[in-house]
Design a protein around this ligand. Structure first.
Ligand SMILES: CC(C)(COP(=O)(O)OP(=O)(O)OC[C@H]1O[C@@H](n2cnc3c(N)ncnc32)[C@H](O)[C@@H]1OP(=O)(O)O)[C@@H](O)C(=O)NCCC(=O)NCCS
Length: 415
């Protein structure tokens, strides 16, 4: 079976998380991803948060599956000559260095275009053009500057960052879509182009509903927020606790065992269409006859009481029992699953969403496989490469170097 991106060669100049997320996805779709790393050290994440001494960290191995690694000093003369040959031989170049780093290596966009007019040059930066364009940015900075932190958490309470890596992995996903779109456009134009994603923009895109609420504020209180009707609203979209971001109220409620288990909770949504069934299940059929409770409008100012009643019932059940009872009644709900539970979940193993991979240095480890399933391009997750594992192979097979030329490049410290 062929793969969707078979025949596409990626020059992967990425490091840390945002860029590697993007190129890992492209590799899973069949692209040949050549990861260029600095000789000796490589991607800094190889050595960060290490759990096994002298072995590539999980931080690295879980973001660099299915890639080939070549070491190359892009600041040496010979290294730059090899780099130019790689640019000429690839379809896409992806990088997420600090602003200006690729230019400082001597490869501004104009030069890349000159070497390879079909090249698609994709970059992640913290910010787009504007006052912060030159800043270095990591995940939580992006969450703070993209509108996520100001709208996450409880009121009163400080802004919060989320566990989901929406700044890094989120922007990597955006970038991958831009690359695939540019590859498609190249089919008709024959030209490459630049693809740029700023982490601030990516986070704001994922916080779209909060900018929606900012504009709704001008027309009155946000009635689905916990601040309504007794709290106060300020000038900006407030933090909404666990309230649902959509038109159907929801909240996280405790389940049996919550005193011992920090994840013994369930999210319940009181969707109007199935409220009858929910009310009966929790023993409040009386609400259905009572005009104080039997319409969404009547319940809106009393959502805290609605969820208190639901919680009184969920506290008598485990989160999985709640799921088993409410789902057949069409009540949308979901248990709060811990990472331990997700790692052990057989259905996620069966679909390849959680995969066990073997590694020569560290042995077997779990990773998250491709969450995007194509029926005609199956993903086989392979371990991440060791530093420079494919240097000789790439110089020989991709660039056509002879054994003597490879030896000379090594001698010069270029690879
Ligand atoms: C993530 C980030 C903050 C890390 O910063 P950093 O560790 O200081 O690393 P930099 O990106 O500044 O680059 C390091 C240097 O290594 C050099 N380098 C990288 N690969 C090299 C190679 N193969 N050979 C020689 N030099 C190399 C770069 O040219 C750069 O040198 P310069 O500063 O002299 O121009 C920064 O890269 C950044 O802001 N990236 C854009 C946003 C982003 O993706 N952030 C999320 C990361 S998950």
């Amino acid at each position: 079976m062929t793969k969707a991106l078979e025949g596409v060669r990626i020059l992967d100049m990425t490091h840390v998380q945002s860029g590697p997320t993007c190129t890992q996805l492209l590799a899973w779709f069949g692209a040949d991803v050549i990861k260029v790393e600095r000789p000796g050290t490589g991607d800094a994440t190889r050595g960060q948060l290490r759990d096994v001494p002298d072995a590539d960290s999980l931080y690295f191995t879980m973001l660099n599956s299915n890639k080939r690694s070549v070491t190359l000093n892009t600041k040496s003369e010979q290294g730059q000559a090899i780099f130019a040959k790689l640019i000429a031989s690839c379809d896409v170049m992806v990088e997420n260095f600090a602003p200006g780093a690729i230019d400082r290596m001597g490869f501004p966009w104009e030069k890349i275009q000159e070497i390879n007019p079909r090249m698609i040059y994709a970059s992640v930066k913290g910010f787009g053009p504007g006052p912060y364009v030159d800043c270095k940015v990591y995940e939580n900075v992006a969450q703070c500057t993209g509108g996520s932190a100001s709208t996450t958490g409880f009121d009163p309470g400080p802004p919060l960052v989320t566990g989901a890596q929406i700044g890094d992995s989120g922007t990597g996903l955006h970038l991958a879509l831009g690359i695939v779109a540019a590859l498609s456009q190249r089919e008709t134009t024959g030209r490459g182009q630049r693809v740029e994603c700023a982490m601030q923009d990516g986070v704001l895109n994922l916080c779209r509903v909060k900018l929606r609420d900012q504009q709704r504020l001008a027309h009155g209180p946000l009635k689905e927020y916990p601040q309504y009707p007794n709290g106060t609203f300020g000038a900006a979209t407030p933090r909404a606790g666990n309230a649902s971001g959509g038109g159907q109220p929801g909240w996280i409620v405790k389940c049996k065992g919550w005193e011992q288990d920090p994840d013994s909770y369930v999210y319940v949504i009181t969707q109007a269409a199935s409220f009858h069934e929910l009310a009966k299940a929790i023993g409040r059929a009386d609400w259905l006859e009572d005009p104080e409770w039997n319409t969404p409008e009547a319940r809106l100012p009393k959502l805290d009481q609605v969820f208190e009643e639901i919680e009184r019932w969920t506290m008598t059940k485990t989160k999985f029992e709640v799921m088993d009872i409410l789902n057949p009644l069409n009540v949308p709900c979901g248990p709060i699953l811990s990472m331990k539970e997700l790692a052990e979940e057989p259905s996620l193993r069966a679909t390849g969403t959680v995969v066990e991979v073997d590694h020569p240095e560290r042995g077997p480890y779990l990773t998250v496989g491709n969450p995007i399933k194509l029926s005609d391009s199956l993903t086989e997750v392979e371990r991440s490469p060791l530093l420079g594992e494919h240097t000789d192979e790439i110089l020989k097979d991709v660039l056509g170097f002879s054994d003597e030329e490879i030896a000379a490049a090594k001698e010069a410290g270029a690879v």
